[in-house]
Design a protein around this ligand. Structure first.
Ligand SMILES: Nc1nc2c(ncn2[C@@H]2O[C@H](COP(=O)(O)OP(=O)(O)OP(=O)(O)O)[C@@H](O)[C@H]2O)c(=O)[nH]1
Ligand SMILES: [Mg+2]
Ligand SMILES: [Zn+2]
Length: 366
């Protein structure tokens, strides 16, 4: 017989004395901490000291939220007004995020937070037709931009003879990320993951559909918790089997694993400066250009072009950098416009308020 699943204690979900200290102001208001373990359209599942519950944000929370990213995502810590009689618990506040994995919302211009307060991003790449170095680079940049450590899991190692060239080209990207090979059909290579799975450590799986994220999660959990499905034979594309983000506690090690639906694409959510920081090698070269604002197109004594010509700097790597930087600056332009409109609306509201006050005054003195 399988009874109801026992909810893990909040300490098992990574609650720390440091978080407890920052929670004091909320505790004084009678609120309790909870961690979001799954997202639904208008609600989320969370775990608090009282157990596992469904919750939604309060009306005031909704009013104060400026964008989608202000709403709780999987991995977030929230302040909960707990009511044992309520059908749904109420989230009053979101605690600041330590790290995040974000992208540009494919359906809009907003930031989409894929997971919050994560230690590591497992970038899962299938060694079938899924393998794509430029896509790997995007995921690495996104993990880096969100402040989390990245580890590349080259999955389906059973399908290739020699993995060494793949590992070499991933290393050459210069992110300093560990790359591990896994054969998840035969559960090979998993020993290397042990060191990354400490108690309370939060890990999010990211990658395209069919790469094997849920298969790896199931192997680690030791049970078929998540559905998996075969990829298309002709192009290795997955069938978008996992449809929501959810966190699982790994028995034994106590790590927290977040499974996610396969992503069709990942447009970076980061500023130009972050992109520059994630492409340190290019930044270092650019520092050696004669002109400080060198565009590396036609200026004299351009260290970047020289490195491209000599082969020291990979052309595809440089192209990817330019593309991500372009995305970042386009994003910045959009954000600036949005910010200006917001300010303008605020100004209007303020001048209307002033007018109302004046009217009121005039009315009063009549
Ligand atoms: N040959 C081989 N197949 C694998 C391996 N790992 C996973 N697969 C298969 O790949 C297919 C897709 O695996 P899933 O775990 O469903 O992939 P996913 O990344 O969770 O996909 P979405 O949920 O759609 O994002 C399944 O048929 C798995 O059995 C592996 O190491 N080798
Ligand atoms: Mg899946
Ligand atoms: Zn230059």
């Amino acid at each position: 017989m399988t009874g109801p699943r026992k909810a893990p204690a909040i300490e098992e979900l990574g609650w720390t004395p440091g978080l407890q200290a920052s929670f004091e102001p909320f505790a004084l208001r009678g609120l309790i901490p909870a961690r979001v373990i799954a997202e639904h359209r208008m609600a989320c599942d969370l775990v608090c000291a009282r157990g596992e519950f469904t919750a939604e944000v309060s009306g005031n929370f909704r009013k104060a939220a400026g964008s989608k990213a202000d709403f709780p995502a999987v991995g977030d810590w929230v302040a909960l007004a707990f009511d044992p009689a309520a059908r749904r618990q109420t989230i009053q506040a979101l605690l600041p995020r330590r790290t995040r994995l974000s992208r540009k919302d494919p359906g809009g211009e907003d930031e989409q937070v894929i997971a919050a307060n994560i230690d590591t991003v497992f970038i899962v790449i299938g060694l079938d037709a899924d393998y794509n170095l430029r896509r790997a680079e995007r995921y690495l940049a996104a993990a880096c931009a969100g402040g989390a450590e990245a580890v590349v899991l080259l999955n389906k190692a059973d399908l290739v003879q020699d993995i060494a060239p793949r590992i070499k080209e991933l290393d050459s990207l210069g992110f300093g990320a560990k790359t591990l090979a896994l054969d998840s059909l035969n559960r090979k290579g998993y020993e290397a993951l042990a060191g990354l799975l400490g108690p309370g450590r939060t890990i999010v799986f990211a990658g395209s559909s069919g790469a094997g994220k849920s298969t790896i999660l199931n192997n680690l959990l030791g049970r078929a918790e998540q559905l998996t499905a075969a990829v298309r034979a002709d192009d290795s594309k997955g069938r978008h089997t996992t449809t929501g983000r959810r966190m699982f506690v790994l028995p034994g090690s106590g790590a927290l694993l977040i499974d996610t639906p396969g992503m069709r694409g990942l447009e970076l959510w980061a500023g130009e400066r972050t992109v520059d920081r994630t492409f340190e090698d290019i930044l270092e070269l650019a520092a050696r250009c004669r002109f400080g604002n060198c565009s590396h197109t036609n200026e004299a004594s351009c260290a970047v072009r020289e490195a491209l010509d000599s082969g020291e700097l990979d052309r595809e790597h440089f192209k990817n950098y330019l593309k991500m930087r372009e995305e970042a600056s386009r994003l910045k332009a959009k954000m600036d416009i949005a910010e200006r409109l917001k300010r303008k609306a605020g100004d209007k509201r303020f001048s209307k308020m002033q007018k109302d006050v004046m009217k009121h005054k005039r009315g009063g003195s009549r």
